[in-house]
Design a protein around this ligand. Sequence first.
Ligand code: ATP
Length: 516
Amino acid sequence: MAEDVFKKLVAHCKEYGYVFQSSEIYDGLGAVYDYGQNGVGLKNNIKKYWWDSMVMLHENVVGIDSAIFMHPTTWKASGHVDAFNDPLIDNKDSKKRYRADVLIEDQLAKIEAKIDKEVKKAQKRFGDSFDEEQFKTTNPRVLKNQEKWNALHKRFSDALNDNNLEELKQIIIDEEIACPVSGTKNWTDVRQFNLMFATEMGSTAEGAQKIYLRPETAQGIFVNYMNVQKTGRMKLPFGIAQIGKAFRNEIVARQFIFRMREFEQMEMQFFVKPGTELDWFEKWKATRMSWHQALGFGEENYRFHEHEKLAHYANAAVDVEYKFPFGFKEVEGIHSRTDFDLSQHQEFSGKKIQYYDPEEGKSYVPYVVETSIGVDRMFLQVMAASYCEEEIEDANGKKDTRVVLTLPPVLAPIKLAVLPLVKKDGLPEKAREIIDDLKFDFNCQYDEKDSIGKRYRRMDAIGTPFCVTIDHQTMEDNTVTIRYRDTMKQDRIEISKLHGIMAEAVSMKSVFAKLK
Ligand code: ATP
């Protein structure tokens, strides 16, 4: 059922100009996507929401835009050359390749789903008197599954932490995990696979230098730490934010734009005094969760997920997860990266990367708390949360299904559609007049094709929050019919009121006001 919804969402993204497969006319390129005429609008609005919330709302956060190509030593220093690996395993029959950790995570999710099912069943049976906590701690079937989950989870995190590839394979065998394609359990050994794309810079074969396409934007911030701190006269604590492309040769690229090989990140590195990093980690956790929830997709659909394995550079890490149609999955990572990156760059470059603390009267390498979110994954989250199919009745009482994207108005790519009832009697000209008046503030679209009902539906499917219809009465008294996407309610209003109504509904400020 949920998978069904997801398939429909993917088709919808294509049909309404949100996301296209890259190089589609050549049958596409795996896990690479293009954004269409509406997708680019939504993507830009997501980026603006993030950027303004970081850079405008925090006096001590500034932005940069660093290059994708970086000196190759960067990736030695950061540990990516040696350790940016995923454990992969192949099924010998289907020849399909999987991430060993993902196969085991899916197995854990299956057990979780079993527990959930029991709870839901009991909830139905007991109704209002149902005590979930009590049920979970006493029901034998739930307890048995919980025990199973705990044991598997412990074994899995131990294997990851010890980098024990044989144990990962053994878990897959013991859990009897089968290949979803061939259905067999005929697995190869688990191997490490580096995710960085490499290319060459320079014109001659001898002189060419092997360089990497950055797998994260963070390193561009670290190598510019001194530049920004000095030229911006920044005092700790302060942050540097950046939005940019990142590239990873993902082994299992699936679930549409959830996991891509070329994607975009919005990262902020917050530099703090050593010893204060865990307090800042908690602060940023709360700030980021509030940023997500201010969009109004329901608090129950978000959760924090502690990492099974801490990366070599981290002393605390958590993911913000959203309930996608295919389960709770990571949208954003918040990591306490210690002084690892700056110390490494200091060592590899031989340049001092430190902060002079006037209060302490000494210099030290700052600690870092990072917030890192994928633009594309956020895009998918917004789309998944907004896609609705509603049963409605038309004016004649006939049942119908309405597909509507209930995008938060602030993120919607088109804010207003202006629709002349007919293509004559000066109505199109009047519509253009309204657009000319509003286009400096809002992205408007003119549409005169098909019946008004059809045009409304088209705008619902794109997620346009407002439509106004120009009719003959408009020519007499300067009023229009405004139609609201979510309620389908219609009001007759004066044209002069339109700007005010729109400004309030689509302003970034109204969302920022909800931030904690
Ligand atoms: P995963 O465990 O899913 O591979 P990760 O923990 O490696 O992700 P990070 O390195 O923490 O991810 O990257 C930060 C954010 O960048 C993620 O939360 C996600 O939103 C986004 N991201 C990472 N990899 C991809 C990808 N291949 N495609 C799209 N977005 C991605």
